[in-house]
Design a protein around this ligand. Structure first.
Ligand SMILES: Nc1ncnc2c1ncn2[C@@H]1O[C@H](COP(=O)(O)OP(=O)(O)OP(=O)(O)O)[C@@H](O)[C@H]1O
Ligand SMILES: [Mg+2]
Length: 496
């Protein structure tokens, strides 16, 4: 399906799963749809499964939007508590459309929890409380991260899903039956030879001749270019590289130590989960990434930048983001609340070093070049994600690989055939409808004819394309009042 066909389908207001190979423009089309909605004043919640992916699309994490935070499972109390949060309630009630990018990394359990929060707050039993939901992503890329949490008994859990299960297996996904739009364009890689290698991995036919081509890009770590992002499988390697590169920067290092208060166990767990380290060591010129959201100040979790200077009075750093904004960074709190009371709190600058990143954090990025180490990859799809960030073979600096590096998840291979078929059916159906619309467009006076589904589809499309109420009245041979009330019915303008 082309991007414009997918956009047309999105505009019908159906639930959509927008998929396709890395670089096919899933995020790009989503942004186009978001812009169309916003131009018409339709509130759309833009989210992603990870912080960096969220910044790529200009949104926040789905965890933060839905108020579920680091929890993957919710019990009834959690749900009550979240539903009382004024902030979460306000933005969920306001939203008409929910976008979730990098859906492959979201577990069935988390998706089910988000659905439960939306239903509760919207007081509706419809999936996600009646929002139009747009899932964006590619299941050949990284699967959900499984955290070994404190086991809660099955009775305590509100919703049970097997951990790490892909969210297309969740009950709510099946109930929604999103229309699949499988994009067939390619906008990231412009190198046919490199694309063939990536396609071979995707189709599970990667062989020694493909490996031979990748081997031409093999280098030793000592020869790796400094100014190129480095992708590693594990956090420990990332931390090691970051402190090594920091050591090579001239200038004095400053150390910022995390402070904490509250329950010791909770503090230890929070420190482990926190993206900022307990001891943050930085210098002027360091590549850094923000680890918390503060859209008012111009950063969110995942925003990248360079440390410019330290304030002479406070000693805190100023960071220039890649978009050129200078931000004075101050410590922020991470708080764990229970029953409305603070159980533990940690405080640190919302920063970490960012010369090297884990492959998990790179998902969604486009890079001209990268130093990639696939010697310790442990997930299906991890090598595929790392390699598919890069635009062409010449931009790859490969340190090493293991067997898993060129494998995708076997379960996804089977599911992918299903998605492709569903996408073809969705396309056929929408083309048939288009035919229907043409006939309808030629009809004469329909002022009092009841609206049918095709009328609504066309109304949505034209409205989202910027058509005014009066022009719609002409197109549909109806009064402006009738158009307005139909737009209200379709949730496109406020019901007053
Ligand atoms: N129609 C288009 N015109 C111009 N540039 C495009 C178009 N579609 C995509 N791009 C560009 O191609 C690159 C890849 O697109 P995008 O990031 O949307 O792909 P994706 O399918 O979301 O990939 P991934 O699976 O890695 O997240 C981006 O730099 C994007 O801006
Ligand atoms: Mg993307």
């Amino acid at each position: 399906m082309t991007q414009s066909q997918a956009l047309a389908l999105l505009k019908t207001g159906s639930h959509v799963f927008l998929t396709g190979e890395p670089g096919s423009g899933k995020t790009y089309v989503t942004q186009e749809y978001v812009a169309l909605l916003r131009a018409q004043g339709i509130e759309v919640a833009v989210t992603a499964s990870t912080g960096i992916a969220a910044t790529q699309i200009g949104g926040m994490t789905i965890h933060s939007w839905s108020g579920i935070g680091v929890k993957t499972k919710l019990d009834k109390q959690d749900l009550e508590h979240i539903a009382k949060s004024k902030n979460v309630k306000t933005h969920i009630l306001r939203a008409r459309v929910l976008v979730i990018d990098e859906i492959s990394m979201l577990s069935a359990q988390t998706l089910t929890s988000v659905d439960a929060v939306c239903r509760k707050i919207k007081k509706s039993e419809l999936p996600f409380g009646g929002l139009q939901v747009v899932f964006v992503g590619d299941f050949f890329q990284l699967p959900p991260v499984v955290r070994h949490e404190n086991a809660l008994s099955a009775q305590q859990m509100l919703l049970q899903e097997t951990p790490a299960h892909f969210c297309y297996d969740s009950r709510v996904w099946k109930q929604m039956a999103p229309k699949v739009c499988y994009l067939t364009e390619q906008h990231r890689q412009d190198d046919r030879e490199y694309l063939n290698i990536l396609s071979a991995i995707r189709c599970n036919v990667f062989n020694s001749s493909h490996l031979k081509k990748l081997q031409t890009r093999k280098i030793e770590y000592k020869d790796a270019p400094d100014d190129v992002p480095k992708l590693f499988a594990h956090n420990s390697a990332v931390d090691h590289i970051n402190s090594e590169v920091l050591g090579r920067l001239s200038g004095a290092a400053r150390v910022f130590t995390m402070t904490s208060q509250g329950n010791d166990h909770a503090i230890a767990a929070m420190q482990k989960a926190c993206l900022s380290p307990v001891e943050l060591q930085v210098k002027v010129g360091a590549a850094v990434m923000f680890t918390k959201n503060n859209p008012k100040e111009g950063f969110v979790n995942g925003t990248l930048g360079t440390l410019e200077k330290f304030d002479t009075h406070t000693g805190y750093p100023s960071v220039k983001t890649r978009r050129g904004r200078l931000i004075d960074v101050e410590p922020m709190d991470w708080i764990l609340e229970e029953n409305g009371e603070i159980r533990a709190k940690i405080t640190q600058l919302p920063l970490r070093l960012a010369w090297a990143l884990t492959v998990h954090k790179s998902q969604g990025m486009s890079l001209d070049a990268a130093v990639v180490d696939l010697a310790t990859v442990f997930e299906f799809g991890q090598g595929y994600v790392a390699l598919s960030r890069i635009r062409r073979l010449a931009g790859l600096f490969l340190l090493g690989w293991n067997e898993r590096a060129f494998q995708v998840h076997p379960e996804v291979l089977a599911q992918d055939r299903q998605f492709r078929m569903e996408s073809e059916s969705a396309l056929k159906e929408s083309m048939q409808k288009k035919g229907g619309e043409l006939v309808y467009g030629a009809s004469v006076s329909v002022a009092y004819r009841p609206w049918d589904e095709d009328d609504d589809t066309e109304l949505r499309e034209l409205y989202l394309d910027g058509a005014t109420v009066s022009s719609l009245a002409k197109v549909f041979s109806r009064t402006s009042g009738s158009i307005r009330s139909r737009l209200k019915k379709n949730n496109l303008i406020e019901k007053k």
